[in-house]
Design a protein. Structure first.
Length: 166
């Protein structure tokens, strides 16, 4: 699948979030469990999700390395969550380099490679952990039709425009 990298500004986003540790063999199960836990806490707070859910990868996860994954569900500002593992905070606004992956989650690696390659080629500086924003629901579309936005927060190099780039 060809990927187009876009540089754009994203707004600050209040979220309900849960951080879990996972390896490559367990990350899918951890994310599924995590979303259930976060959605339950949001419901207990009397709130409803306010945007597409996403995961922040705080470490490289591969066959040999476990890392922290943060399961995030956007919520209205000021949502008071019940005491527990799920916390409320705001993901800061900023500039991201992103692309859209269409297809199964297990086949997303090339999207990451394209965005990280673009960042290196264009002299941008990573400013935070990458995110996967899940644009549709795996319970309502086939794996081939899943849409996932891969975002890397960046510092934009001088003279680099925001907007679509190649």
């Amino acid at each position: 699948m060809p990927y187009e990298v876009t540089v754009k500004e994203v707004a600050a986003r209040p979220v309900a979030a849960l951080t879990l540790r996972a390896g490559l063999a367990t990350v899918g199960e951890a994310i599924q469990h995590g979303f259930g836990t976060v959605i339950s806490a949001v419901g207990t707070a009397g709130a409803t999700p306010d945007g597409a859910p996403f995961v922040v990868y705080h470490a490289v996860i591969d066959e040999e390395t476990e890392g922290d994954v943060e399961i995030c569900v956007p919520v209205p500002a000021g949502t008071a969550l019940p005491d527990g593992l799920v916390r409320y905070y705001e993901i800061p606004a900023g500039t991201v380099a992103s692309t859209i992956h269409r297809g199964p989650y297990q086949e997303i690696s090339p999207a990451y490679q394209v965005v990280t390659g673009w960042i290196e080629e264009h002299g941008a500086t990573p400013h935070g952990a990458p995110r996967e924003i899940y644009l549709n629901d795996p319970q309502t579309v086939t794996p081939d039709d899943l849409l996932t936005e891969v975002q890397f927060p960046i510092g934009v190099a001088a003279g680099q425009p925001a907007g679509p780039v190649s």
